[in-house]
Design a protein around this ligand. Structure first.
Ligand SMILES: Nc1ncnc2c1ncn2[C@@H]1O[C@H](COP(=O)(O)OP(=O)(O)OP(=O)(O)O)[C@@H](O)[C@H]1O
Ligand SMILES: [Mg+2]
Length: 370
């Protein structure tokens, strides 16, 4: 049946080749009828939706994806215009077939009436990681800058702060506001430089097997009693998760920064943060820190239903000093990327309005170490 439908569009010189070509393509391809019914899927599409062709061909797109999926807007657009419509980074995640972000092209066919071809190009892990590797370069170039700043600013700053305190003693209590402002701002600059200096620290640190669930519990408790008071923080943990080899305090810092950003982005009401862990033994990535392909089977995600990262900012959020917050320094995610990198792992972000996911992949502690 499938070949029959597709063979209508084959060129006469190439009998039956269209279906064969579609089947050989590595990207998911679907043929959709006028009522969104699925007329054809190639093996890559079966894999993408984690469902066999036998079942998919009895369904419509509406059975696969939620009714508010951005894909339906794209389809409507293509139908209206009578020409191809494409969009990058479309969220095709569903609870049933998991998280998927893909570039989608929708092309109307001349017949049968209302038929469309959908091609999906899932963003590979490696493509998503590229951004982070660039950010690591930026962090590295900060090392020298932090050292210079520490030397050139911290000492005179201590002098300015001390002088303000001396002045304050000579002033009447109601005149002390300005000197207190000088002291407070000096402390803020010093704090900023201290945080920048953390990037310069490239010494090897002792690593121990760390239970990541204990780290996340700790982060949740700290968050719930401070910046995320009143926010629902849900944990979905894989209890069989092996330990990670690393530094517990630094890992707490990573997830604290991610949860703090999530909390900052939440709406006033109905905000939710979800922490998940999972074991994905198939995930391999050639991390340059190790100079070889590493297996990164431990996955920790921090998800929120907040405002999302502005699309134009997304490629740069792991760069230092990138911030949209009035009092933000833009160092939180740069530090996350540095620490995760020092642990031989990677971090990436997918974000649309109402759904932002930071995914941290870490190597497993070997059995003799745990
Ligand atoms: N969960 C999120 N939802 C929406 N936007 C986010 C999220 N996480 C990060 N961002 C965006 O990325 C920017 C950079 O984050 P980063 O943590 O590096 O700095 P910051 O939070 O602005 O400042 P700092 O962490 O130094 O106090 C943020 O300003 C924000 O615009
Ligand atoms: Mg932050």
């Amino acid at each position: 049946m499938v070949i029959k439908v597709l063979s209508k569009f084959r060129s006469p010189a190439e009998p039956l080749s269209t279906g064969l070509i579609a089947n050989a393509l590595p990207m998911p391809v679907l043929l959709i009828g006028a009522k969104q019914e699925i007329l054809f899927v190639n093996p890559a599409a079966e894999q993408f939706f984690d469902t066999g062709a036998g079942i998919l061909l009895k369904q419509s797109l509406g059975d696969l994806l939620p009714f508010d999926s951005p894909l339906f807007q794209l389809i409507a657009q293509a139908r209206e215009r009578g020409s191809s419509a494409a969009e990058r980074d479309v969220d095709l995640s569903t609870p049933r077939h998991g998280e998927h972000i893909a570039d989608v092209t929708v092309t109307p066919l001349p017949e049968p009436e209302g038929a469309l071809v959908l091609t999906l190009q899932e963003r590979s892990l490696a493509q998503r990681m590229d951004r982070q590797l660039l950010a690591r370069g930026a962090v590295r170039s900060m090392h020298g800058m932090a050292a210079v700043l520490a030397h050139e600013i911290k000492n005179p700053l201590a002098g300015i702060r001390g002088a303000a305190q001396l002045l304050e003693e000579a002033l009447a209590p109601d005149e002390r506001e300005m000197t207190q402002l000088i002291v407070a701002e000096s402390d803020r600059i010093r704090g900023l430089i201290d945080r920048m200096e953390a990037f310069g620290d490239s010494r090897a640190f002792p690593r121990h097997p760390v239970n990541i669930h204990e780290v996340l519990d700790r982060v949740r408790k700290v968050a719930e009693t401070s910046f995320a008071r009143g926010v629902t923080i849900t944990e979905t943990f894989d209890p069989s998760l092996p330990q990670v080899l690393g530094d517990r305090d630094q890992l707490i810092q990573v997830f604290l920064n991610l949860v703090r950003n999530a909390a900052d982005a939440l709406p006033d009401n109905g905000g939710e943060i979800i922490l998940t862990t999972g074991y994905r033994p198939g995930v391999r990535f050639g991390a340059p820190v190790a100079g070889e392909r590493l297996s990164l089977p431990l996955e920790v995600t921090v998800r929120d239903n907040g405002s999302g990262v502005p699309a134009d900012l997304l490629p740069y959020i792991f760069d230092p000093f990138v911030t949209t917050k009035v009092r933000g320094s833009g160092l939180g995610l740069a530090l996350v990327a540095k620490i995760v990198g020092d642990h031989g792992g990677v971090v990436e972000c997918d974000s649309v309005l109402g759904r932002t996911i930071f995914r941290v992949l870490l190597p497993q502690a070997r059995s003799e170490e745990s």
